[in-house]
Design a binder for this molecule. Structure first.
Ligand code: NAP
Ligand code: ZN
Ligand code: ZN
Length: 347
């Protein structure tokens, strides 16, 4: 066993605190890497608070993980000691179901192994995430990270990046399309960067008037404050796609009026509570509402390579791990500019 230091929540109402635990030894197909940075995703907060149900405690959150390889198993071919490495939201999957066979491990029909708050493929061993000093992952679920980019700012690409990249690629959002990004947080700011990189006209729909200048700096062409009826009316029946990154309950019907005929509202934000959807929000314009979960492993590597080629990283605020609760409080208030990343040297 490998003695590991982490930060964990022991129960759903507990604050995170230092926790020592063991990880498995490095198996023949495993890569061990020491974690230098871990991004802070709103999903960490949803799960610590058990807002989605079924949370497993103790919980070591964190699924935007980057670091440097310190050991590899005897059969490992893709990594060597000293390489940069990353892991996102999954550490394994069944490998044999049709989705796994098609590079869609995130939709593994036998259940993938989430990086934390989940179980390994033996369906017994709990997984512990990146708020820790080291991690052991099967090489097929470890990503190569370019040394051309700022490593701390790469970490959020492993979740916020791939979660916005994948649906924009899937629905071929690009030149000639009008894309709305709803919610300017961790996912939202990456949605802007990819939307712009793919050639779309990008509008941010936000509840925070103060984020307008930042949205423009991130590359957005337009900015609409959703609480202002006149501003909302200016984009009525305007968008081909809406990328909805909102973490709390909101009215989908209001946003659906902004779509053109055949427009698609893509939910990536995962509010814990249900929301009423009126059929008449979809019927008159043959509109769709869809969802999307992170991305497969090959696509995550494609995204990281795209970012290295196009010099795309996250805009981050580096924090000490002891300040994690302040970061959560600010995230809850929508005050995130635009991803907190933990400097794991402070563990
Ligand atoms: P975040 O940084 O907190 O950003 C969420 C943004 O949503 C806020 O900054 C705010 O932006 C907006 N917002 C918050 N409450 C709102 C409300 N009541 N009404 C309207 N807008 C509101 O969170 P994140 O890390 O980007 O994650 C966003 C959501 O995506 C979370 O639910 C997370 O669990 C989920 N997620 C899903 C996947 C997936 O695979 N589908 C992957 C990662 C995360 P403004 O200030 O601009 O309004
Ligand atoms: Zn995440
Ligand atoms: Zn599978």
């Amino acid at each position: 066993m490998i003695a590991t230091k982490g930060y964990a929540a022991q129960t759903k109402d507990a604050n995170l605190a230092p926790w020592d635990f063991d990880r498995r030894d490095v198996g023949p197909h495993d890569v061990q890497f020491d974690i230098t940075y871990c991004g802070v995703c709103h999903s960490d907060l949803h799960q610590i608070k058990d807002e989605w149900g079924g949370s497993i405690f103790p919980m070591v959150p964190g699924h935007e993980i980057v670091g440097r390889v310190v050991a590899v198993g005897s059969e490992v071919t893709k990594f060597k000691v000293g390489d940069l490495a990353g892991t996102g939201c999954m550490v394994d999957s069944c490998r044999v179901c049709p989705n796994c066979q098609h590079g869609l491990e995130q939709y593994c029909t036998n259940g993938n192994s989430p990086t934390y708050n989940g179980l390994e493929q033996d369906k017994k061993t709990p997984t512990y995430g990146g708020y820790s000093n080291t991690i052991i992952v099967n090489e097929d679920f470890v990503l190569h990270v370019s040394d051309k980019l700022d490593l701390a700012a790469v970490a959020p690409l492993l979740c916020a990046g791939i979660t916005t990249y994948s649906p924009l690629r899937h629905w071929k959002v690009g030149k000639g399309n009008k894309l709305a990004v709803v919610g300017l947080g961790g996912l939202g700011h990456m949605g802007i960067k990819f939307g712009v990189a793919f050639g779309a006209e990008v509008t941010v729909l936000s509840t925070s008037p103060k984020k307008e200048a930042d949205a423009k700096k991130l590359g957005a062409h337009k900015f609409v404050v959703t609480s202002d009826p006149a501003q909302l009316a200016s984009v009525n029946v305007y968008f081909d796609f809406i990328l909805d990154t909102v973490s709390a309950e909101h009215d989908y019907n209001q946003y659906l009026t902004l779509l053109k005929t055949d427009g698609i509202h893509i939910c990536v934000g995962a509010p814990p509570t249900p929301s009423a959807l009126l059929a008449f929000s979809l019927i008159p314009g043959r509109k769709s509402i869809a969802g999307s979960s992170i991305g497969g492993i090959a696509e995550t590597q494609e995204m990281l390579d795209f970012c290295a080629d196009n010099n795309i990283v996250s805009d981050i605020e580096l924090i000490d791990i002891k300040d994690i609760h302040q970061a959560y409080d600010r995230m809850l208030k929508g005050d995130v500019r635009y991803r907190f990343v933990i400097d794991m040297a402070t563990l």
